[in-house]
Design a protein around this ligand. Structure first.
Ligand code: CP
Length: 319
């Protein structure tokens, strides 16, 4: 499998087509080998990962992304150090995120995986890091590793990505997942649609100009092969008045049984998580066989092992 080196991975545009191909194919290999042999360590030369250390810095809550990076590195024999309970870091004593980051750089890990709410000049600050950085969710900017999980899951469940009609539903305005999926899925040949309240529609109209807008969820669902629900990011709404209640959101944008009845029988329902049951998605929709939320979580570990392999330039052996 071809790969070319990537220094920091802050957004989808940092990846070449060969890099994307490498990540998707390596993830498929890792998943197959893990199912057959219960491990993936034989897919690499373990001498290559001996002594490597990946530092996680999570300044915003996470379950899936953090745990899957930990599993992904562990399966490759890479040590993890993790800073996430910031009440027990020196940030609780007033140190800034930027200074915290500089302290971690000074320890020279082989890579830093960062989640944070974003900050002024984040991109130029992170690009100047002498240690490679992976974006594990940065403000409302991008969440590129999640988009790779989503693309991999679509490919696995629908057999292809090219030509697939993907309907993004909900809080596009605040969604770093949506921004990365727009870039990645478009590059891979999918057609994107969106169904979103006006108040939560994308700020960057130019970037989203080719995405078909559906005013009714019903019309969008009848069009779609894949539905991607987004989390309503209430923690970011506190900064502005969005002009409607969660009850109104639920009545117009929730995927429930009625919506699943309109959806194609071989369709794929995704949600990056964490899902707010009852607001974005009903219990019945979560239990529907077309809903692959847990597969997305599972695929997160294979995708992140592949990303770590790319970033640390590991040779992959295909048994
Ligand atoms: N999808 C996602 O980023 O989930 P977590 O916040 O649990 O990591």
């Amino acid at each position: 499998m071809k790969k070319s080196s990537v220094f920091s991975f802050l957004g989808i545009d940092d990846l070449s087509s060969d890099n994307i191909d490498f990540i998707l194919k390596t993830s498929a290999l890792f998943k197959k080998e893990f199912y057959e042999k219960g491990s993936i360590i034989h897919c690499i030369n373990p001498e290559q990962t001996k002594g490597l250390v990946v530092q996680l810095l999570f300044a915003e809550p996470s379950t899936r992304t953090r745990a899957s990076f930990e599993v992904a590195c562990g399966r490759l024999g890479i040590a993890i150090t993790s800073l996430w309970n910031l009440h027990f870091s020196s940030m609780a004593k007033g140190e800034t995120l930027e200074d915290t980051f500089q302290c971690l750089i000074a320890l020279r890990p082989d890579m830093i995986v960062l989640r944070c709410g974003g900050f002024k000049s984040a991109e130029s600050f992170l690009r100047s890091s002498p240690v490679p950085v992976v974006n594990a969710g940065l403000g409302t900017m991008e969440h590129p590793t999640q988009a790779l999980v989503d693309a991999f899951t679509i490919q696995e469940k629908r057999g292809k990505i090219e030509g697939e009609k993907v309907l993004i539903v909900g809080d596009v305005l605040h969604s770093r997942v949506a921004n990365s999926n727009l870039k990645l899925l478009t590059r891979l040949g999918a057609k994107l649609g969106m169904c979103t309240p006006e108040a939560l529609s994308p700020a960057d109209k130019q970037a989203w100009k080719d995405v078909e807008r559906f005013d009714s969820l019903e019309t969008g669902i009848k069009w779609a092969d894949v539905i991607m629900c987004l989390r309503v990011q209430r923690e970011r709404h506190s900064l502005r008045n969005i002009g409607f209640s969660m009850a109104e959101y639920r009545d117009n944008y929730r995927i429930a049984q009625e919506e699943m009845d309109l959806f194609r029988k071989d369709g794929v329902l995704l949600h990056p998580g964490p899902a707010m049951r009852g607001v974005e998605i009903s219990n019945q929709a979560v239990d529907d066989p077309r809903c692959h939320i847990i597969t997305q979580v599972e695929n997160g570990s294979y995708i992140r092992s592949a990303i770590v392999s790319l970033m640390l330039n590991l040779e992959i052996k295909s048994p």
